[in-house]
Structure formats: C-alpha cells, structure tokens
Ligand binder design. Structure first.
Ligand SMILES: [Ca+2]
Ligand SMILES: [Ca+2]
Length: 511
C-alpha cells in the first residue's frame, strides 16, 4: 500500500510541475495579463499599441502568452504573437506554449502554437523533457500524433533517462490510449532498443507490467521496410487519399535565369537530394475527404474566405464563404479550398491519428521534386503555356468568359473549367501525379524565404528564422495566368489566410 502514493506522484510528474495561474493570480492581474486571462483581443491590441510589453512576466515567470495558453484563449494568443510575444518563451518551470497545450491535451491550441512559430523540438519542463515526452506520459494520442508530424525529436532522453516511448510504458496505464501512443511512436521510428538507467527497454517494462497490447505493438516487426516501390500507389484506409511512392533522386530546384518570367525568389537554383523516402498525394485533398475530417473531429474553422472582388480590383474576405461554400459550384471530388495552413496541418494530424502512419505537409523541395517529375522545363509538359489545357486547370479562355472580371492574362486555350475541376481531370506528370500545376494552390511546410540562399539541400522543410507567419504556396490555380503556373513559381501567403483558390495535398513518410 505504501507504493501507491509514490506511483501517483510519478504518474503526475510532468503534469504536476506545470502551474497555471491561480484564481488569486488572475484577480491580481492587470494590463495585458488581465486581457489575456479573459481573451479580450481588443484590449490586447490597444494595450500593445500604447506600449505594453508583450513579454512581461508575472511572479511565476509567465508571460501574457502563457496565461492565454493555460486558459485556451486562441484569439488572445494570436493577438499577442502578432504583437511581438515570443512563441518560444519559457516560464520559470521551463514550460512553453507548446508544452502547456500538450499537457492540457488542447489540440487546437497546440496546432496554433506550432503554426505561430513555437518550437515542437524544444527541451522543456524541469525534467529536461519535451512536449512529446509529456504527452506520451499522459497518453494524449492526438497530441502525440501532431507533435510527431511537426518534427518533435522521437528519441530525446530526459533527466530520468527516459524517452517518450519509455515514459509511455513506465508511467502510462497500459490502456488503449497509451497503447496507441506507443504504436504512433514505433511507427514514426522511435528507437525501441533504448534502455533506461537500469538497462531496461520499453519491451522489458511492458513485460513486467503484463501490458499485453503494448507488448504486441512493440513486438510487431513494424520496422521492416514497407514493400513500396516508386510509382506504386497505396491507401492507408478505404477512404484515405491515394498516395504515390516517389523515386529516390536528386534534382535542380528553382529556375534558370533564362526561364520566361521567372522571379528572383526562384533562385539561386540548387541541387537537392531527397534524403528521405516519401509518398505524396496523387491528387489534391478533396472536399469530400475534408468533410470526413470535419465530421469526425471537433475541428472549428473561423468563417471567411478570400476571393477576387472585381469592383475594388483586389482580394476581399467573403464572410459568408467557407470550404463548404467557396462562392462557386464544387463537387465532393473537387479539391477542398478555403483552408489555411493550420487547417491543412490539422487534417494531416487527424489522418496520422486515424491510420497510425505519419502524414504531413510536403516540404517545398519534396513538392517541387514531385511537380517536376524529372523534367527541367518550366512546366512538366514543356515550356509552352498555350498547350496547358490538357495538363492543368488554369486561367484559360473559358475561365475568361465566365470570370470576365479577372483583369489578368489567360492561357491561350480552353480547358473547360472556369473554377476548380474534379481532381484528376487532367493528364498526370511523369510521376503519375495530377494537378501539381493548376486547379488549386498547395500549401507546403516551409516558412517563407525571399530567395533560396542557404536553403537545405536534403529535401527537408526550411523553417529557420525566416518569416514563418507566411508559408509557401505552390503550383498556381484555376485563377492564375501563364507565368504563375510553372514548376518553379513560388508564392507566399499568411498561414492563417483562406482563399477560394487554395488547397493542399499531403506527404506520407516511408522511412
Ligand atoms: Ca480553367
Ligand atoms: Ca494544384
């Protein structure tokens, strides 16, 4: 009986050290702290305008951002970060926004904190752990899947000598949630051979505790390479997106200076070697697939979607528009639009959870490698934009007829679609992928950089210290003119913005 309190203490270890502000703390708060505690975005804005310090600290070292995250106030979090609050700040217990959200099992807040520049790989908590270790310990399945997809290190060891996998077994309860967490970690490639300071592995701990389901997961030979060959298609569930296995290889990323209407941000052209095997969606994610996600989760999207407003001659936010109603007719096999970068990532995290496989947004390099399909011409079909109409749904003669308010140039052919087309309506590229150019813009994982100076050459996403409030958008869409719909063209968009011309496709890691 004496063991029990010790066990409970251990169970709550990483949660217990996290201290949200008490009622008395909140009552005593003034200024930004008070506004953060009650989610008053207007007050935050005006306080920031009059010089309030977004990185001020209370006695426990919490910033207004920590207070807002503890209270799950998304609007306040957005305003504070927009106003200069450090998304990576630690409180006195060394907790950051991501870990606070992870411990609280607050998946929306977690996605927001990641999207707004938090570091999912940070060493955090008094235990020199990570958000992933804390979430694994607590059995927070969705949080674990999200953190894995965001690149949290799988094998970080904390001050107790434990990895996320060891914590999930040692401090978990052996129930379905911890079993699922173990499954996600193993599938993602966490090392099962690592032992704790007593020399015991996760498998030995599971055996000692008679955790039969966890044992089964650990003993499954999930590390055997999947028999997936380049060009092979697969689905991880009946209504999951069709994925296409990409060949290994390298390519020249960016455009040569001789390319017609190329822009500075497409250079310097540089060789990229795809270091990690991956499969990418054969099609853009469809409206029907996105509808499944919304139906099966409590994911909430604020209203509004940007569209071209002819009278003002600029993009306007249509308040009544959203992914269900983009302002034009769409079928369930049309690509989903009016989704921002966070929505796309949330869909990927959900798919990872659902299938136990690692889905995420492509890196910009993975995207361009896939879009080129081995070609070096401006478009995968060649250099001539006026033969686009068999290969890509872009702004064309028919589009011009229907959208007469678009003042820009069209492709000089008729593709039959004035807005989105059902995915796969056009010819694939050499890698068997449809609509990499045109139909809808596609979000990729990278932060925006003005040029490729210093870009990674291993095919990974470029996060760095650049402008992460803006993310990269690739491939052009049904709206776009000829020099936009090219393999090397790059665009940037605020990560929170939704547009009636923008969607995404996902990558499934294979290593
Ligand atoms: Ca078209
Ligand atoms: Ca596309």
């Amino acid at each position: 009986m004496i063991i029990l309190p010790v066990f409970i203490l251990l169970m709550n270890q990483s949660a217990a050290a996290q201290t949200p502000p008490s009622g008395a703390d909140i009552e005593a708060y003034r200024g930004l702290f008070a506004a953060a505690a009650v989610n008053d975005a207007g007050a935050i804005r005006s306080l920031l305008r009059t010089g309030a310090d977004p990185n001020a600290r209370d006695a426990a070292g919490r910033s207004p951002l920590h207070v807002a995250v503890f209270a799950s106030h998304e609007e306040a979090v957005r305003e504070l970060i927009r106003g200069g609050a450090d998304p990576r700040a630690f409180d006195n217990q060394r907790y950051d926004a991501i870990t606070i959200a992870a411990v609280a099992n607050d998946i929306d807040m977690l996605n927001l904190a990641i999207g707004l520049g938090g570091d999912p790989g940070a060493e955090t908590s008094p235990y020199q752990g990570t958000a992933l270790i804390a979430a694994a310990h607590l059995g927070h399945v969705a949080v674990v899947a999200t953190l894995i997809a965001a690149g949290s290190p799988l094998d970080h060891v904390n001050n107790l000598g434990w990895t996320a996998l060891l914590e999930a077994v040692i401090l978990g309860d052996g129930g379905p949630d911890h079993t699922e967490v173990v499954g996600l970690l193993v599938e993602a490639g966490a090392r099962i051979d690592l032992a704790d300071r007593q020399g015991k592995t996760a498998l030995q701990h599971a055996r000692e505790r008679s955790y039969r389901n966890i044992l089964e997961v650990l003993q499954r030979d999930s590390r055997a390479p999947a028999a997936k060959d380049p060009g092979q298609e697969f689905k991880d569930c009946d209504d999951c997106p069709v994925m296409m296995v990409m060949p290994d290889g390298d390519f020249e990323m960016g455009s040569p200076s001789s390319e017609w209407r190329r822009e500075k941000d497409e250079g310097p052209r540089h060789r990229v070697t795809i270091a990690k095997p991956y499969a990418i969606g054969k099609f853009e994610v469809t409206r029907g697939q996105f509808a499944d996600f919304i139906k099966q989760t409590a994911f909430v999207m604020s209203e509004g979607c940007q569209y071209w407003f002819a009278i003002d001659k600029k993009a306007e936010k249509g308040k009544a528009r959203d992914w269900r109603n983009a302002g034009y007719r769409q079928t369930d096999t049309d690509p989903v639009v009016c989704v921002n970068w966070e929505d796309a990532r949330a869909y990927g995290a959900w798919l990872s959870r659902r299938t136990g496989k690692p889905y995420r947004l492509p890196s910009e390099a993975e995207w361009e490698y896939a879009a080129r399909g081995g070609t070096t011409t401006a478009r995968f079909w060649g250099d001539n934009p006026d033969v686009a109409c068999g290969y890509a749904n872009a702004h064309d003669q028919f589009g011009k007829l229907v959208n007469e308010e678009f003042p820009w140039a069209r492709h000089n052919c008729d593709d039959g679609y004035a807005q989105t087309a059902p995915v796969g309506s056009f010819l694939p590229n050499e890698f068997g992928l449809h609509d990499m150019l045109g139909n809808v813009w596609e979000w990729v994982a990278d932060c925006w950089h003005d040029t490729y100076d210093g870009a990674p050459t291993d095919g990974g996403a470029w996060q760095g210290k650049a402008n992460c409030a803006r993310r990269v958008y690739r491939g052009g869409s049904w709206i776009n003119l000829p020099w936009i719909v090219r393999s090397a063209n790059r665009s940037k968009l605020k990560a929170g913005l939704r547009s009636y011309g923008g969607g995404f496709r996902l990558v499934r890691a294979l290593d």
